[in-house]
Design a protein around this ligand. Structure first.
Ligand SMILES: Cc1ncc(COP(=O)(O)O)c(C=O)c1O
Length: 401
C-alpha cells in the first residue's frame, strides 16, 4: 500500500494551505521539505561559486554541485556523470540541442515531431528549420490520441535527421513507445530527442535501455526546484557538438584571437550555474528514488481510474486522450460549460487544476478544441482529493449549465 496521506505531511505547502487540493502537478509539482532544506542548507553552509575558488567554501559548493550531477546520472542510469548537462529546464535543454547539434543540418534534412508536442519541442525546431532550410514533418495521432506508429514508420527515410518526441504528453497523457521509436529512427541513421518533462516523476527512466540520443527534463516537474533541468546525451555525441552560449566556465583557453572549449558537460554550462537549484534537484531525485516507484505509479494510476469512473457517472464530459498507455493525467471538456469557468469554481473550493491549451496549441487544433481542463496526479494526492474534485465538478456543472 502506498501511503499518500503520510507522505503529504512532508510537503509544507499543505501545512500552509491545509484545504488545498493540488491537481496541477503536470505544470509544476510541490516540493518536499527535504528539498527546501537542502537548498537552505547549501546557502547557509556552503555558498560560494563553483569550479573556481581555492577556498574551502568553493570546494564545498563545487562538491555539492557536482554531487547533484552524480545523483542525476544515477537516477536516469546514465553511463557517466559527464553525460549530464545541467540547464535551466527542459526548454533550455531543447534549445541547446537545436542551437548546437541542430546547426549541422542542411536544407532538405527532415525533423520529425509528433502532433502532441509541447511548444518547447516545436518552436526551437521551427526556428532551426528557418535557419537551415530543414523541413518539419508531423506524425499524426490515432483516434485515441496515441502517436500513429505506421504513419511515423512511413515518414522515416535517409533524409530524417532527428525525431523529437515527448515521452509523455502533457496535454492528453499518451505515453510513447520510446524504445520502438528509437530503434526505427536509428535504422535510417536519425537521432532521437526525448522530451521527458512529464515522464521523470512517474516512470522509471533508464536512458541506456531507452536508447535515445538526447533525453531532457525539468527539475520542477519532479519535486525539485524551478530553474534547473537536465540534458542527457552520450559523451561522444556531446563532445562533437559546438558550444552554444559563450562565457566563463565553458572554455579551456581564451585569447583575443581565439578560444578553445572545455569538454562536455562544462562546454555547455557557460557562466555561474544554478548551484542551489542543482542541490535541490539532487535532494528531490534522492527523495523520489527512495520511494517504492512501482507502488507510486500504481497509486497515481489508481487515482486516475477512480477519477475516470467518477467522470463517467456525470453527463456531458468528454475525455481527450484515451490511449491504452497513458499517464495519470486527464484532460476534459464539458458540453455545457467552459473549462475556465469550471476551474474558477473549483478554485473557490480550494482545488487547483489547469485550463487552457497547455502549450500544445497544434494538438488542440487537431482535436478541434481551444482548451481543456486538466487534472494531473503526484505522490501526495489521495482518494479524498479525487472524491472532492468529483463532488465539486458535479456542483460546478449543475450551476454552470
Ligand atoms: C512535455 C513538456 N515539455 C516541455 C515543457 C517545458 O518545461 P519547462 O517550462 O520546465 O522548460 C513542459 C512544461 O510544461 C512539458 O510538459
Amino acid at each position: 500500500m502506498f501511503d499518500a496521506l503520510a507522505l503529504k505531511k512532508q510537503f509544507p505547502i499543505f501545512t500552509h494551505h491545509p484545504d488545498l487540493i493540488y491537481l496541477d502537478n503536470a505544470a509544476t509539482m510541490q516540493k518536499p521539505l527535504c528539498v527546501l532544506d537542502a537548498e537552505r542548507f547549501y546557502y547557509e553552509h556552503h555558498n560560494a561559486n563553483v569550479h573556481r575558488g581555492a577556498h574551502r567554501l568553493a570546494t564545498a559548493a563545487t562538491d555539492a554541485f557536482e554531487g547533484a550531477r552524480q545523483i542525476v546520472a544515477k537516477f536516469i542510469n546514465a553511463a557517466s556523470f559527464d553525460e549530464i548537462v545541467l540547464t535551466r529546464g527542459t526548454t533550455e535543454a531543447i534549445n541547446l540541442v537545436a542551437n548546437t547539434w541542430g546547426n549541422g543540418l542542411v536544407a532538405g534534412d527532415e525533423i520529425i515531431l509528433s502532433s502532441l508536442e509541447h511548444h518547447a519541442n516545436i518552436v526551437p525546431w521551427q526556428m532551426l528549420a528557418a535557419r537551415t532550410g530543414a523541413v518539419l514533418k508531423i506524425i499524426r495521432l490515432d483516434n485515441t490520441g496515441a502517436v500513429d506508429l505506421e504513419h511515423f514508420a512511413n515518414m522515416l527515410s535517409n533524409k530524417t535527421k532527428l525525431v523529437a518526441i515527448s515521452h509523455v504528453s502533457n496535454a492528453i497523457g499518451s505515453i510513447q513507445p520510446i524504445t520502438w521509436i528509437c530503434e526505427a529512427a536509428h535504422r535510417v541513421g536519425a537521432k532521437v530527442l526525448v522530451d521527458g518533462a512529464q515522464a521523470v516523476a512517474h516512470l522509471s527512466i533508464d536512458v541506456q535501455a531507452l536508447g535515445a540520443d538526447f533525453y531532457v527534463f525539468s527539475g520542477h516537474k519532479a519535486y525539485g526546484p524551478t530553474g534547473i533541468g537536465v540534458l542527457w546525451s552520450q559523451s561522444n555525441t556531446l563532445n562533437t557538438m559546438p558550444p552554444w552560449q559563450g562565457g566563463g566556465e565553458m572554455i579551456a583557453t581564451v585569447s583575443f584571437e581565439h578560444s578553445t572549449y572545455a569538454a562536455a558537460p562544462y562546454r555547455f554550462e557557460a557562466g555561474t550555474p544554478p548551484i542551489a537549484q542543482a542541490v535541490g534537484l539532487g535532494a528531490a531525485l534522492t527523495w523520489l528514488a527512495a520511494l517504492d516507484r512501482p507502488a507510486l505509479l500504481a497509486h497515481e494510476n489508481q487515482l486516475r481510474a477512480q477519477l475516470e469512473i467518477g467522470l463517467a457517472k456525470l453527463s456531458g464530459i468528454t475525455i481527450h486522450g484515451t490511449s491504452a498507455d497513458k499517464a495519470a493525467l486527464t484532460s476534459m471538456t464539458f458540453d455545457k460549460a467552459h473549462p475556465y469557468d469550471v476551474a474558477q469554481f473549483l478554485d473557490h473550493k480550494g482545488i487547483a487544476v489547469r485550463v487552457g491549451h497547455h502549450c500544445a496549441q497544434p494538438l488542440l487544433h487537431t482535436l478541434g478544441i481551444s482548451g481543456t481542463l486538466r487534472t494531473s496526479f503526484a505522490a501526495y494526492n489521495t482518494e479524498q482529493d479525487v472524491a472532492a474534485f468529483l463532488d465539486a465538478l458535479s456542483e460546478a456543472l449543475e450551476l454552470l449549465s
